[in-house]
Structures are given as C-alpha cells and as structure tokens.
Design a protein around this ligand. Structure first.
Ligand code: SAH
Ligand code: SF4
Length: 384
C-alpha cells in the first residue's frame, strides 16, 4: 500500500529529504506543507523543486482518504464525513461546531473487534487498523474543508479539539493512535488537553496512557455498574471486569493527577435503573485526584442513539430501536438517573446528542450509506 507522508515523524521526513540529496531547509518546507497547509499531496507542494516532488509522488499517495459521503445536520453545525481508504474500506469522521469550539471526532480502525452489542461499528466487526497517517489525515481533511463547512463566521475556522470517539477501539491500535496523537500535538499544534482518547476499557492501554509523557484526556466507556450488565453490553468486560478496569484508572489518576470521563450510553430497561445509578456513584466516588482530593471521575450520560439497521435487522425494524434492539430512555428517566448519580457527589452531565438526524452515532453513516431513500449530500467539492 502507498503510504501517506503523514505516516512519517519529523526525523523520518528529514531523512527522506537528505536521502534525496536536498538541503535541510527543504525538510522544513515539506513540514510546512503537511502541518500548516494540511496538504499531503507531494505533487501539490509547489515550493519544492519539481524533481523532489516527483520523487516523493512515486512513494507517497496524494491522499489516503477519498471523501465518499457527506451529511450535514443541526443547521450546518454538525457534519459527518465518510472517507474511503486505499483497499476500499470506509471510516467516518464527524465535525461538531460550537461558537467557541470545533471538535473533530476521528476513527482509529475500520470497524471494531470489540463487539459491543449496542454499537453499529461493533456489530459490523473488524476490518483493519488505520495507520497514524490515516488518523492524522482525517483531521487534515476536516481542517481544509472547515471554512466551507461552517455555517457562518461565528463558528471557528480550524479544529480546536480532537476526540478518538469514531469507529474503532484506540487502545487496540496503540502504536498508530499514539503516533497520531503526538503528530496532532507537535505538528498541528493541538494542546494535549484538546485531545481525548476514548477506550472501551482495555487495561493495558490505560496503563500505557498513564506512562505516556503526552497528557491527553482519557475517557472510559463504562455503560454499567455491575459485571453481569456490563458483560452483556461490552463483551471485553469478561477479560477486564469493572474492578480491574477501575484499578487501572486509579493508577492512571495517581500517575497523572488528571480527571477521567466515564461515558455511559443510557438504554431503556437495560442500564437506566436507579440501582445502576447508585452503583455507579459508589464505584466512582472514591476516585480522587491526589493532592487536591477533588473528584477524579466525571460521568457523561449519552441517551442511546438508535442505530439504523445493524446486521440481521430488516427495514421493518422500528426506527426508535434501530437494528440493535436498544432504545433511549425518556427525558425524565435520564434526569432521574443524572440526579441519582449527582447525589453521590460524582460530577455528571448529560451529553447533548449531536447529529441524531444524520446518523451521527458511532458507525451509523457507514450503515446508512448505500441504503436507498436516504438524503446523502454529494462531497462539497462536487456541490457547485
Ligand atoms: N471504542 C471506543 C471509542 C469509540 S466509541 C469506545 O468504545 O470508547 C465512542 C463512544 O460512543 C463510546 O462511549 C461508545 O460506547 C458510544 N456509542 C457507540 N454507539 C452508540 C450509540 N448508538 N448511542 C450512544 N453512544 C454510543
Ligand atoms: Fe468498538 Fe467502541 Fe463500538 Fe465497543 S463501542 S464496538 S469498543 S467502537
């Protein structure tokens, strides 16, 4: 497979230019194209000599990602992009705009092997890992498209935050994910605090995060307060049950003194009863930041986003439950759950569901793509 220049770290880029017999300032120009202009195509790097451009074009792809579909929602404040990778697999990136923020949600794998029963990506299974370059290029592509995509001048014109909450389990692809995180920090200038990695709870990955010098935010998808319920939703819980998971998170908090978010997708009749809410409070209240003693856990409640037609579902499957058979609780049930967690002292918020109308939950655009009768916009470059 042809590689992307985004797969190379600064040392490798310098070596590449030296091998071509070019002076070191050419490496700085190359880095400028990649990091400031967000341009991975060697052929378009017009400040480089033609011979170097040709040499690079032989080894590196013009782009690793071809925009396949684009859906806009929330009056243009949410954009969902489906990219085709070399080899034909597709991954999703989502741009969520706010007056003071532009968050890009990126994928780390095509599909996911973790098999969470409520997740459209999990139900499709795993296809392949993304390289560091393919992960970084999602942010580069959204950066160059952002000025066209934003609904007005009140929205930022560059990505301010990146979250690894798209398709895939980041800690099942650690080398590429950490490589991408360092490049986003050092190359694209995102602070570590503007980068969030979300994990289903792979304990070795959490231990590594505790030891990495780059202090990114950690989010843990917990979804249940007891092992029997979590086993049903998150099969990997059988390998690393809740007690082991929280021990690893405790180690992370000790080592980094950082707070951790816990994601909890609320599903009616499955994990939304108040016994779960009280259990969650009991599990998380003891997690404290060393020194200050403040709560180290923050719970994000996400009302379940129905997934349109997972495998085995039919077009007759009710829209409310989608293909996986799960449904979001009522607004009052969400409030009661939130208030019960809050009563334990653990900070908790309900995450606004972005892009519900455009299938913006994990894995949903890929599921919708190709289904007849859905309104899917052509890529912006074709929309003139
Ligand atoms: N694999 C990682 C990151 C990608 S999933 C993880 O599981 O953490 C990002 C988040 O979306 C996770 O918290 C996941 O549980 C949640 N999610 C997946 N499908 C969802 C759905 N249909 N509704 C609400 N949340 C969902
Ligand atoms: Fe994979 Fe995360 Fe979906 Fe689970 S929720 S299947 S870990 S992407």
């Amino acid at each position: 497979m042809t590689r992307s220049l985004y797969d190379l770290d600064p040392g490798q880029l310098e070596a590449l230019v030296a091998e071509a017999g070019e002076p070191p300032y050419r490496a700085r120009q190359l880095v400028h194209w990649l990091n400031d202009r967000r341009q991975p195509d060697p052929g378009a790097m017009t400040s480089l000599p033609r011979s170097l451009r040709a040499r690079l074009s032989e080894r590196f792809a013009a782009t690793g990602l071809v925009l396949d579909r684009h859906q806009a929602g929330d009056d243009g404040w949410t954009h969902k992009l489906l990219f085709r990778l070399p080899g034909g697999d597709t991954v999703e990136s989502v741009l969520m705009l706010y007056p003071d923020r532009a968050t890009v949600c990126i994928s780390s794998q095509a599909g996911c092997a973790m098999g969470c029963t409520f997740c459209a990506t999990g139900q499709f299974g795993f296809t392949r890992h993304l390289s560091a370059g393919e992960i970084v290029e999602q942010v580069a592509r959204v950066s160059t498209m952002l000025p066209q995509l934003r609904p007005g001048p009140e929205a930022p014109d560059h990505p301010t935050n990146v979250v690894f909450m798209g398709m895939g389990e980041p800690f099942a692809n650690q080398e590429a994910v950490w490589g991408a995180a360092y490049r986003l920090h050092q190359g694209f200038g995102l602070s570590a605090r503007a980068i969030t990695i979300s994990t289903v709870g792979l304990v070795p990955g959490i231990r590594r995060a505790a030891a990495e010098p780059l202090p990114v935010n950690l989010a843990v998808s917990i979804h249940a307060a007891d092992d029997a319920t979590r086993d049903r939703l998150v099969p990997v819980n059988r390998t690393w049950p809740i007690a082991e998971l929280l021990e690893a998170v405790g180690g992370y908090v000790e080592a980094t003194r950082r707070r951790v978010s816990f994601e909890y997708a609320l599903m009616a009749g499955v994990n939304d009863d108040l016994e779960q809410a009280r259990g969650l409070g009991r599990l998380l209240a003891p997690l404290r930041v060393p020194g200050s003693g403040g709560h180290a856990a923050h719970v994000n409640l996400i009302p379940y986003n129905p997934t349109p037609g997972g495998p085995g579902s039919s077009s007759l499957a009710p829209r409310r439950t989608g293909g996986t058979g799960y449904a979001p609780p009522s607004k009052s049930a969400v409030r009661r759950f939130r208030d019960t967690v809050a009563a334990s002292g653990v900070p908790v918020s309900v995450r606004a569901n972005r892009g519900v109308g455009i299938d913006a939950a994990c894995g949903q655009l890929r599921t919708a793509a190709g289904r007849p009768g859905r309104r899917v916009l052509p890529p912006p470059e074709d929309r003139r």
